[in-house]
Design a protein around this ligand. Structure first.
Ligand code: NCD
Length: 303
């Protein structure tokens, strides 16, 4: 079994990951946080794009489950000598990992790797494609805070066009019964998307998920000065006041303070779930690694 997209998960898998994640979240707050179910297994991280949260949380998750974790130093690897992704995948596979966690700048790269290896492949973000474990951790965070996902209104705002987070979240949250609204500057919306202003999307929402302006994927479509972006499209205190009572702020990180979100609002622990998302990231990745390696460990599961 691979975890390449939200579509690749059955409803049962999603329910299992979300409920197991709540258990791992509590486990991770306990004094002794070592479990041994992945003893003797090797998890290989191959990140071809930068990462802080996703990479470290996969490393910590695998460690807490007792696995041996190896993180490929892409900058030091033969990729820099021109080795192809396909040849790299065959090489990694010959070392017999039990799971490969891959982040890559090209949408579809994790699926290409999955076709060449004998182990589970987890997509940790592929270009502007998907980021399924981020959507799972966001759903688990909503579930923990609100006690439900069904019936929640979630506004996802900012650079939707380049966001694999928005794509995976919209697919997952809609499947779980949330009302998802997407909004952002017209030049940062996907082609053909219905235009909703950020004010309209935020109005009455239970959660407002802001997205980073992905300057590395932009040519120069956004001439606006940073302060101007915040005023026109970002989450200021004034704009957030339009949201529903008890509304919470989310962001997958990294944050561009003062661009898509007011820094003080991001730091407001009464209103912001941003660090709970990070904490939940470890828990969700433990649940995913457990599920995806269950078959190899001879346990029930469909891996
Ligand atoms: C996101 C990503 O890399 O897709 N970050 C993350 O994984 N938490 C979002 C981003 O880069 O803006």
């Amino acid at each position: 079994m691979h975890l390449l997209s939200i579509e690749s998960l059955s409803d049962d898998h999603i329910a299992a990951i979300l409920s197991e994640a709540q258990r791992w979240f509590d486990f991770n707050r306990s004094a002794r946080r070592n479990d041994h179910r992945l003893d003797g297994l090797t998890i290989l991280n191959a990140f071809f794009e930068n990462s802080t949260r996703t990479l470290l949380s996969f490393e910590i998750a695998a460690n807490r489950l007792g696995a041996q974790v190896v993180t490929m130093q892409v900058e030091m690897s033969s990729i820099k000598k021109g080795e192809t992704l396909e040849d790299t995948a065959r090489t990694l596979n010959a070392m017999r990992p039990d799971a490969v966690v891959i982040r890559h700048g090209r949408a579809g790269a994790p699926a290409d790797v999955a076709a060449l290896v004998d182990c589970a492949v987890i997509n940790a973000g592929d270009g502007t494609g998907e980021h399924p474990t981020q959507a799972l951790l966001d759903a688990a965070t909503l579930q923990r805070h609100f006690g439900r996902i069904k019936g929640l209104t979630v506004a996802i705002c900012g650079d939707i066009r380049h966001s694999r987070v928005a794509r995976s979240n919209a697919r997952l949250l809609e499947r779980l019964g949330a009302d998802v609204r997407l909004a952002g500057p017209p030049s940062l919306m996907p082609d053909g998307a219905t235009a909703m202003t950020v004010d309209e999307a935020v109005s009455g929402a239970d959660a407002v998920m802001m997205l980073r302006v992905q300057r590395e994927r932009l040519e120069d479509e956004l001439g606006d000065a940073p302060g101007e972006f915040l005023d026109r499209y970002g989450l200021t205190r004034e704009r957030f006041a339009l949201a529903g009572p008890g509304a919470m702020v989310m962001h997958p990180g990294p944050i561009n303070r003062g661009v898509e979100i007011d820094g003080a609002l991001a730091d407001d622990s009464e209103r912001s779930l941003i660090l709970t998302q990070v904490e939940m990231g470890v828990a969700v990745r433990m649940a995913c690694l457990d599920l995806l390696t269950a078959g190899r460990r001879g346990e029930t599961g469909s891996a």
